[in-house]
Structure formats: structure tokens, C-alpha cells
Design a protein around this ligand. Structure first.
Ligand SMILES: C[S@@+](CC[C@H](N)C(=O)[O-])C[C@H]1O[C@@H](n2cnc3c(N)ncnc32)[C@H](O)[C@@H]1O
Length: 498
């Protein structure tokens, strides 16, 4: 019997497999894609040494699926098609309109930019963003730039981190981008230059999960999110759910880009459609606040100007690669204390209406940070710490916000204070490990990770950590082991940490 025949699933099991994949990965396999679903389970079964697709489905249905198993299954069901500067009309609109507007406003208010390539596949999209920003920001060394890139498939992420690509990935390089951002490897292969590479932080994230926005995995307070060519594989209600979550990850006036074929996958509630030449981009709509926050007075079709594609000018100082590598862990959900159905972007934290229950100082800090109001969050945190000088959680939040701003030294100090207040606060050990790793201090990193792991392994794997809002000890330990096994960041990434 051929592998394909062995993969055919009995009708009842097939429906359960369809439901399982939609529920756990968001992916929807309608009837016409049944063969793909069966092949996917078949390949997964062979990888795991299961007897066949049916056995693999039964094993997955037997209990809550483990993360590694889900990630492996995702590898067999997802499509890894991507390339540099894909869908150029949207990137032209970013380069010519969206980013210059954002940069002009931020130049006078903090010089912080935060972008996220959600479903980044093998990384070409995220590196395209990094190249774009290097071109647009001649003084990039004075900025704190975050480019987070996530995917559900760890195999893709490993290739993204390696950053070496075959000619096929470069098939749509726009004129003017040229090869200067890459190092030739021979046989048509090129590696992304270190100063571009180190701008991107990669991490595993399943868009179907309840893991974002969250400060610790750096998915909050984004200015621009690209979530392209993945929602079309989702069931419409799951796509709507992802879009609503991504909205909460954006600052007011933030932008969401989906693939050209995806602008109708849902109704994009809470967004304003902005038409550019050949592209529609979604602007987070906060009513009257929107135009001011985005510096954008229009909601209709206004063509973008000529794209500008200057060549790179040698190696500039690199931007800090914040992101996963900093917090390194997932699950501290900034919205968790609040009604998840609504956005909380209060004009003033103190005069919120409808406040029915007392809000803890830490919740207020989270709320502000989640809305991208990092300065106010820091101030609120400072005030709360004056009242309660030994609150480890507040110090930890302060550290996370400082890391987001690229202020590593102060963040380190706040983490040490966290541990002074609460020596068993595992996430602080872990964060210190990430910080040391970023600074190239591998031995120190190992020590912190060891301490964090020892504390985590002391707990039951499925115990929810009160200090990490919803993450289990087992999951955090898994992430620590992953981080501890990673290489140092390239030297070019270490410079701009303050
Ligand atoms: C076609 S690629 C798109 C890559 C890139 N965004 C682009 O437009 O070129 C789709 C990606 O979505 C990822 N993906 C599928 N389901 C996902 C999920 N539930 N969470 C996160 N990523 C997912 C796949 O692993 C794959 O890398």
C-alpha cells in the first residue's frame, strides 16, 4: 500500500482531525483540502514512528497535545512559501507613507519603533522590514528598533535564524535593493548581513493560542504588524479572533498588514481600511484619537508616492535586537486582568469609568504598557514602588518595560531588585539570563538559566505560575532550555544596548 493510501482517514476520524487542527492551530481544511490534511497527518505519523495517519490522529486526540507535538504537526500542515519583498505594493506603501510618518513623529518622542512579522516563515519578510528600516533611518544607532518575527513552525524558525537563502528567495528583490545587504556564499546562496540579521528576534508563537498581547514575549505595543498569507488558511471565525487579538497588540494609530488575498477574510472590526496604490492597510481605529495618533487624516484611496530604494551606506551602528531574547518567555498577558472583549486604552488610568473592582498597581502598569504608553507605565510603576518598595512583581514589570525600550543596564538593576525582594521569582532569573546572553556573557547567562530552571523544576510541570500570569512551569522551563542552547547574538547586535 502506498503512503498516500495509508493516509486516508475513516470519515469520523477525518472530521475529528479537521476539528482538532482548527481548534489547536487555527488552520481550516475544507473538504477540497482533505487530501492535504491526510497527507499532513501521514507525514507527521512517519516522523513520530506512528503506524499511520489514523494512529497519529488518535494519539493527538487522546489528551491535551504537547507543544512540541503541535509544532511538529504544524510543520506538516503549513506552507512555507515566502520570499524577500513579497507583495511589493504593500511594502512600497510602508516605505513611502506609513513608516516615514511614524518615524517623523517618533523622532521627537522617544525614537522607538516596534514591528512584528507574525507568521514569518523562514524570515525573509522580517529581514525585508529590517532592510527597509535601515534605508529609512540613517541614524538607526540612535533608535530603539524592535523587529519581532514569530511562527508556529520551529523548523522554519531555525532556517530564519541561519539567514542563508537560495536564489529563489530573492526572485522579487526590488530594483535598488541589490545584493548589498547580503553576503554571497556561492552556488546562488546568500546570507543576510549581520547588521540586518541582528535587528530581528525570532520566537515560536501559535496565532491560535491565547499568548498575545503579552509584555514578556514582546508582542505588545506594536507600531506595525505584518500577518500575511496565513489568515487565508484559517477558519473565518478564527481569523477574526486573531485579527482582534492583533489589534490589541497595536498602539493606537498602529497598522496591520495582511496579504493581498486576505483583506476580506473577516470584517476587521476596530480597524479603518486605508487604500494605497495596489494595497490596503488596516489602521487601528480608536475613533477621534486615530487620525492624531497615526498622523493620518484620510481613510480613503490615496496613492502612495514613488517608492524610495536607496542602496545601503556601509555598516551603520546596529539597532538593539529586543524581543523574545529579552523576556524570553511567554504568557504574562497584560490584558489578563481585564475584560478580553474590549480594548483598554484609558485616557487616564485613574479616571476610568465602569471600574467595578479595585485594580492592582501592577495591573495598571500592565495596562499602560500594553497600550504602548511605556513612559506613563514607567511613571506609574515608579509611583507604586515608592508606596511598596519590596514588590518584586513591580520591579519585574519595570524591567520588562525598560528592556522594551532598550535600556539594558537599568533593566538589569530592576531584575536584581526583583530577586532581592523575592529570590524565588523564576522569571527574573530567566530574564537576567537573556540579558546576559545579549551582552555576550555566556557563563553568566548559563548561571541565571540554571537558577531559573532549578526553581521551575521544583514545581509541577502543569502548575500555573502566579508570577507569570498563566504560563505553566513546564512551558517556561522548555523555553529556558531552548534559550540556553542558542548561540550568542552576532557581535554587531551588542553595541547599542544602553
Ligand atoms: C505562506 S507562509 C507566509 C510567510 C510570510 N508571512 C509571507 O507572507 O511571505 C505561512 C506561514 O504561516 C505559518 N503558520 C501557519 N499556522 C500558524 C499559526 N497557527 N500560528 C503561527 N504561524 C502559523 C506557517 O508556519 C508559515 O510559515
Amino acid at each position: 500500500m502506498s503512503a498516500a493510501c495509508a493516509d486516508v482517514l475513516p470519515a469520523e476520524l477525518l472530521e475529528r482531525a479537521r476539528g482538532f487542527v482548527a481548534e489547536n492551530l487555527g488552520l481550516w481544511f475544507p473538504r477540497e483540502r482533505t487530501a492535504e490534511l491526510e497527507r499532513g497527518f501521514g507525514g507527521f505519523a512517519r516522523e513520530r514512528g506512528e503506524a499511520g495517519a489514523a494512529a497519529a490522529v488518535r494519539a493527538m486526540l487522546a489528551g491535551p497535545p504537547s507543544r512540541p507535538a503541535l509544532a511538529a504537526l504544524a510543520g506538516h500542515l503549513t506552507i512555507g512559501e515566502t520570499y524577500f519583498f513579497r507583495e511589493p505594493a504593500a511594502l512600497d506603501a510602508l516605505a513611502a507613507e506609513v513608516l516615514p510618518g511614524l518615524i517623523a513623529r517618533r523622532r521627537t518622542s522617544g525614537r522607538v519603533l516596534r514591528l512584528w512579522s507574525a507568521a514569518c516563515c523562514t524570515g525573509e519578510e522580517a529581514y525585508s522590514l529590517a532592510i527597509l528600516l535601515r534605508r529609512l533611518l540613517p541614524d538607526i544607532g540612535d533608535w530603539s528598533v524592535t523587529i519581532l518575527a514569530t511562527d508556529v513552525n520551529p523548523g522554519f524558525l531555525r532556517r530564519a535564524v541561519e539567514a542563508t537563502y537560495r536564489a529563489w528567495s530573492f526572485r522579487a528583490l526590488p530594483e535598488g535593493v541589490g545584493g548589498a545587504w547580503f553576503i554571497e556564499r556561492g552556488h546562488g546562496e546568500r546570507t543576510v548581513r549581520d547588521d540586518v540579521r541582528c535587528m530581528v528576534s525570532f520566537g515560536e508563537l501559535n496565532l491560535a493560542e491565547d499568548a498575545y498581547p503579552a509584555l514578556v514575549n514582546d508582542t505588545n505595543a506594536m507600531d506595525v504588524i505584518l500577518c500575511r498569507n496565513v489568515l487565508m488558511y484559517f477558519a473565518p471565525e478564527r481569523a477574526a479572533c486573531v485579527i482582534s487579538r492583533l489589534r490589541r497588540c497595536l498602539v493606537p494609530g498602529g497598522w496591520l498588514l495582511v496579504g493581498a488575498a486576505e483583506t476580506s477574510v473577516a470584517d476587521f472590526a476596530g480597524f479603518r481600511r486605508v487604500g494605497f496604490e495596489g494595497a490596503t492597510i488596516f489602521l487601528r481605529d480608536d475613533g477621534e484619537e486615530t487620525a492624531v495618533a497615526a498622523g493620518c487624516s484620510r481613510g480613503g484611496d490615496v496613492p502612495v508616492g514613488e517608492p524610495r530604494w536607496p542602496e545601503p551606506e556601509g555598516r551603520g551602528p546596529s539597532a538593539p535586537a529586543t524581543g523574545w531574547g529579552d523576556g524570553g518567555v511567554r504568557g504574562l498577558d497584560l490584558d489578563r486582568d481585564h475584560d478580553r472583549g474590549h480594548d483598554h486604552v484609558p485616557a487616564r488610568v485613574d479616571d476610568r469609568e465602569n471600574a467595578e473592582k479595585p485594580v492592582s498597581p501592577a495591573s495598571r502598569v500592565r495596562e499602560l504598557a500594553n497600550a504602548g504608553r511605556l513612559e506613563e507605565a514607567l511613571e506609574e510603576c515608579g509611583r507604586a514602588l515608592e508606596r511598596s518598595r519590596l514588590d518584586g512583581e513591580l520591579y519585574y514589570l519595570r524591567a520588562m518595560i525598560l528592556l522594551e525600550r532598550g535600556v539594558a543596564a537599568e533593566a538589569g538593576e530592576a531584575l536584581r531588585r526583583t530577586l532581592y525582594a523575592n529570590p524565588d521569582f523564576a522569571p527574573a532569573h530567566v530574564a537576567l539570563g537573556h540579558l546576559a546572553l545579549r551582552l555576550g556573557r555566556r557563563d553568566e547567562a548559563r548561571r541565571h538559566f540554571r537558577n531559573g530552571l532549578a526553581l521551575l523544576e521544583h514545581r509541577a510541570a502543569d502548575e500555573v505560575l502566579p508570577e507569570a500570569d498563566g504560563m505553566t512551569a513546564g512551558r517556561m522551563a522548555e523555553l529556558v532550555r531552548f534559550a540556553a542552547g542558542r548561540d550568542d547574538p552576532p557581535a554587531a547586535c551588542r553595541g547599542p544596548l544602553r
